[in-house]
Ligand binder design. Structure first.
Ligand code: HEC
Length: 152
């Protein structure tokens, strides 16, 4: 019995070492230059700065969404506070609302953006910006940013 426990312990120790060997180089390389946004991790934040895409999302939000959803994402008398919605909304639902629009019960309308290439091409950036806002990583003002990475 004792032997068995010992063996188990040494196995998990090995696993931990193995994990460290594989993970540590990944972690130390993970900076804004190698960052690639995904639906699961759409923004990068370090030392008070966001990746350029998230910053671009801030600009796009203010060009196309803020008239209804408010300058700080806190909503208005017309449209809901995205700071709250985005805490739970996932990428697929986000895309669906933006592309097709939505009509609420009280006849307030989120217009479809299917014909707006500016919005469509920058949807992941807008998503990243709103997720960073909803998760309180950045505040309501223009965020500081890392430089743009070429060819992206
Ligand atoms: C003309 C005003 C208007 C504009 C512009 C607008 N929205 Fe909306 N949006 C609304 C309204 C109204 C709703 C709520 C519709 C409803 O009741 O279901 C909404 C809902 C949403 C929702 C769903 C929120 C939830 O809680 O389910 C998201 C996400 C959203 N908008 C994102 C955006 C983004 C991103 C942009 C800019 C690209 C944008 N909206 C531009 C009016 C607008």
């Amino acid at each position: 019995m004792r032997k068995l426990i010992k063996r188990k312990a040494s196995l998990s120790y090995k696993t931990v070492v193995l994990l460290l060997i594989t993970l540590v180089p990944c972690l130390s390389n993970a900076d804004y230059k190698s960052f690639k946004p995904t639906a699961e991790k759409p923004y990068y934040f370090e030392d008070g700065k966001v990746d350029f895409g998230t910053y671009n999302g801030f600009r796009r939000y203010h060009a196309d969404c803020h008239v209804c959803h408010g300058p700080a994402g806190l909503g208005s008398s017309y449209a809901p506070a995205l700071m709250e919605s985005m805490q739970t909304m996932d990428w697929m639902n986000f895309v669906d609302v933006i592309v097709r629009g939505r009509q609420g019960l009280d006849n307030k309308v989120m217009p479809p953006f299917a014909g707006n290439t500016d919005v469509l091409a920058n949807m992941l950036d807008i998503y990243a910006y709103l997720k960073a806002r909803a998760e309180n990583v950045i505040g309501p003002v223009r965020p500081a940013k890392f430089p743009k990475i070429k060819n992206r």
